[in-house]
Design a protein around this ligand. Structure first.
Ligand code: CAA
Length: 241
């Protein structure tokens, strides 16, 4: 039977590429989305992947969402925590809402999602958790104290959860994408993108969502059981850790 993989924020951008690549690799995939109905229904018919709506920043909604996915597809064996948002602004202009929205969606979602799948993974002695962090959690980024804090938090979470579950056949890893050509990055002004960001990328271009999706497929593989607590960096040479 195909293993079941759940991708949060899985109907657009990097998440959609991850969901599609996992499906091509033989997984039975569920894609979560928060609210963009049009994108979700387009993705569903193009990719042939079922979509499930809930808010990853809510613990209760995640409990209900995971229950719905498991009722339809079976126990979640691969969880990709990809959902994320930005609320970029300099810290001296940042509101509590900017801060809270990003911490809740990008970091608290890891607790909210993992907590509902970890016991099942432990019972079955198998699991793959992949957290999509960011280059900006590694290096920090002006305009992103909220996002950088959340993404750095994801790395600590990954390493701690990896240790707790290493003897249970569960791996927990993070991927740090650099600047990938998605709506999120294209929301940065053209001027800043061309003047400040692209010149910092040695390969001279934005990354492609598929280049991150391939990293997920690698970490999710049954044969990747010795890789846990690691951070896989894919940023075109922009930052070396
Ligand atoms: N690197 C270096 N310099 C930057 C910069 C960056 N990423 N972003 C902005 N600057 C510079 C600007 O060029 C500008 O310099 P000058 O005064 O010399 O012109 C100065 O900082 C101020 O910039 P703004 O005029 O844009 O000021 P602002 O207050 O309107 O906005 C900002 C500030 C919110 C930081 C805005 O510039 C911005 O959004 N920058 C991009 C931040 C960023 O990289 N976000 C990543 C989004 S993609 C993502 O998050 C995915 C991921 O994981 C990588």
């Amino acid at each position: 039977m195909a293993r079941v993989a759940l991708v949060t924020g899985g109907t657009r951008g990097i998440g959609a590429a991850i969901a599609t690549h996992l499906k091509s690799a033989g997984y039975s995939v569920a894609a979560n989305y928060a609210g963009n109905e049009e994108a979700a229904s387009k993705f569903k018919s193009a990719a042939g992947i079922p979509v499930f709506k809930w808010d990853v920043s809510s613990f209760e909604s995640c409990a209900d969402g995971v229950k719905r996915v498991e009722a339809e597809l079976g126990p979640v064996e691969v969880l990709v925590n990809n959902a994320g948002i930005t609320r970029d602004t300099m810290f001296h202009k940042m509101t509590a809402d900017h801060w809270g929205a990003v911490i809740n969606t990008n970091l608290n979602s890891l607790f909210n999602m993992c907590r509902h799948v970890i016991e099942g993974m432990r019972d079955r002695n198998f699991g793959r958790i992949v957290n999509i962090s960011s280059i900006n959690g590694q290096k920090g980024q002006m305009g992103q104290t909220n996002y950088s804090a959340a993404k750095a938090g994801e790395l600590g979470f990954t390493k701690a959860l990896a240790q707790e579950n290493a003897r249970k056949g569960i791996t927990v890893n993070a991927i740090c994408p650099g600047y990938i050509g998605t709506e999120m990055v294209r929301a940065v002004s053209k001027e800043v993108l061309e003047k400040n960001i692209l010149p910092q990328i040695p390969v001279g271009r934005l990354g492609e969502p598929e280049e991150i999706a391939r990293c997920v497929v690698f970490l999710a593989h049954d044969d990747s059981g010795f890789i846990t607590g690691s951070t896989l960096t894919a940023n075109g040479g922009q930052y070396f850790t």
